[in-house]
Design a protein around this ligand. Structure first.
Ligand code: COA
Length: 179
């Protein structure tokens, strides 16, 4: 589903995705420097693909999706939770797709907002994610938010002609509340 909740942090606002956002996502995902880090993105999506994805997300009761914008209202990317309701668990995905905005603290602010929402509003027990071992910026962002490394998935992704390792990370509700 597209989240109805608007979450505001120190640097970003999470708000419902709308169809006007889709052309920017298509434009940004066409850049290999951006899509390279996103396991869910294979071939760069066309605008039709992105509309299909949007409709799927709207209809999916086990997903929660937001757009990420700056407090000034500039779209920079999106983020989602994929819920496993019977396990009180969700998988987190995030992409600041506007690469001119990387390493300015927006991702960390967004992750903290989602984690707080997931534990406090949705009552989840565990939030997990998978990240490319070479994605040092993302790993640092997640560690700043309290995620810990749980394991290494060897040769988990194929990128062009080689394989890369994936790190499994997670945070539990009591770890978040103790921070
Ligand atoms: C990963 C992502 C969400 C992080 O958000 P961000 O706003 O760029 O990151 P932040 O500024 O909040 O935090 C990044 C941290 O990593 C550090 N960092 C940046 N590049 C680094 C590198 N090459 N090595 C180590 N640390 C690095 C930054 O200095 C910052 O740490 P600091 O605050 O201690 O200085 C964002 O970069 C993104 O969406 N990238 C493209 C898609 C992607 O990788 N998605 C995640 C897939 S799992």
């Amino acid at each position: 589903m597209i989240s109805e909740s608007i979450l505001e942090g120190e640097r970003v606002r999470l708000r419902p995705v709308n169809e006007d956002d889709l052309p920017r996502f298509v434009e940004w995902l066409a850049d290999p420097e951006v899509s390279r880090w996103l396991a869910a993105v294979g071939e760069p999506p066309t605008l039709d693909d992105e509309h299909e994805w949007y409709e799927e997300q709207r209809a999916n009761p086990d997903g929660v999706l937001w757009s990420i914008e700056t407090l000034a209202g500039k779209l920079v990317g999106n983020t989602d939770l994929r819920l496993a309701p019977h396990a009180d668990r969700a998988e987190l995905g995030i992409a600041i797709q506007d690469k001119t905005r990387w390493s300015q603290g927006l991702g960390t602010d967004a992750v903290r907002l989602i984690v707080e929402y997931a534990f406090s509003e949705l009552g989840l027990h565990r939030i997990e994610l998978q990240v490319d071992e070479e994605n040092e910026r993302a790993i640092r962002c997640y560690e700043k938010c309290g995620f810990v490394r749980e394991g290494l998935l060897r040769d988990h992704r194929r990128i062009d002609d080689r394989y890369s390792n994936t790190i499994q990370m997670a945070i539990l509700a009591h770890e978040w509340k103790a921070r």
